[in-house]
Design a protein around this ligand. Structure first.
Ligand SMILES: *Cc1c(COP(=O)(O)O)cnc(C)c1O
Length: 240
């Protein structure tokens, strides 16, 4: 039997969740964004289930996970909770079926074979899988994501996949403390989106901004910020 909640972790999480919501609200106001236009995705990878449940109890519904097996373990325990599960990690070809079956959103699509498999493997009784295309906006060797120059052609072919719904773009830029560099990078993703969006494909979602740079992302149009450590504290070592 798993003991799910300790009162202490619940109280702490209440306060941390309130603090993140306040940061989001303050940034919305400061940068002229419509109140409530930025959604919080709670990035719960490598966090214990008790913390997810505490955040859920405090009203959080959208959770982001990066490792499929870890996420499935959590989903099995939290099956009674009405959680909106987002996959934000590196996609492995042999995991696409599980992702297509167990998540509502995938933020990290940047490979056509993966997109094709996700579409083919999306169960017919579920709505189309919401996806964001991950863009390697700061052109780092080690980061996942599509080069900006490849984006238009990629969207053209992924749009044809019947069981995927392209919602917008995602990026995880190189870490920097310089606010103006953070903003410039996020502005690049917004500009790309503005160039590619059309009435029949509005690309309304910009999934950008994490614990350290969510203000800059909101300033530049983020509609989903993905926050892990600032909400849940440090992650467990390497694996779950
Ligand atoms: C881990 C992760 C995050 C959260 O980062 P924090 O610095 O913990 O807020 C956001 N996005 C992606 C893609 C991640 O892998």
């Amino acid at each position: 039997m798993v003991t799910l909640v300790s009162t202490q972790s619940e109280t702490l999480l209440d306060a941390q969740l309130a603090a993140i919501r306040m940061r989001i609200q303050t940034a919305e106001t400061q940068f002229g964004r419509r109140p409530g236009s930025v959604a919080l995705l709670a990035v719960s990878k490598q966090q214990p289930i008790t913390r997810l449940l505490a955040a859920y109890t405090a009203g959080q519904r959208a959770f982001g996970e990066s490792y499929v097996n870890e996420a499935l373990t959590k989903q099995a325990v939290l099956r009674e909770q009405l959680i909106d599960w987002h996959f934000i990690g590196r996609i492995q070809t042999n995991k696409t079926r599980l992702i297509a079956n167990h998540f509502n959103w995938v933020h990290s699509v940047s490979d056509f074979t993966h997109a094709q498999r996700l579409s083919q493997q999306r169960p017919p009784d579920l709505p189309p899988l919401h996806i964001c295309i991950q863009v390697n906006i700061s052109a780092e060797e080690t980061k996942n994501g599509l080069a900006p120059a490849a984006l238009a052609d990629f969207i053209k072919i992924v749009r044809e996949l019947p069981r995927l719904s392209i919602e917008g773009l995602m990026t995880l830029p190189a870490q920097t403390d310089d606010f103006s560099i953070q903003r410039r990078t996020f502005a690049d993703l917004r500009t790309l989106r503005d160039q590619l969006a059309k009435p029949e494909l509005p690309l309304t979602t910009l999934s950008m901004g994490t614990s350290d740079d969510l203000e800059a992302a909101i300033a530049e149009g983020a509609t989903i910020v993905r926050v892990g450590t600032a909400l849940f504290g440090a992650r467990a070592g390497d694996h779950f």
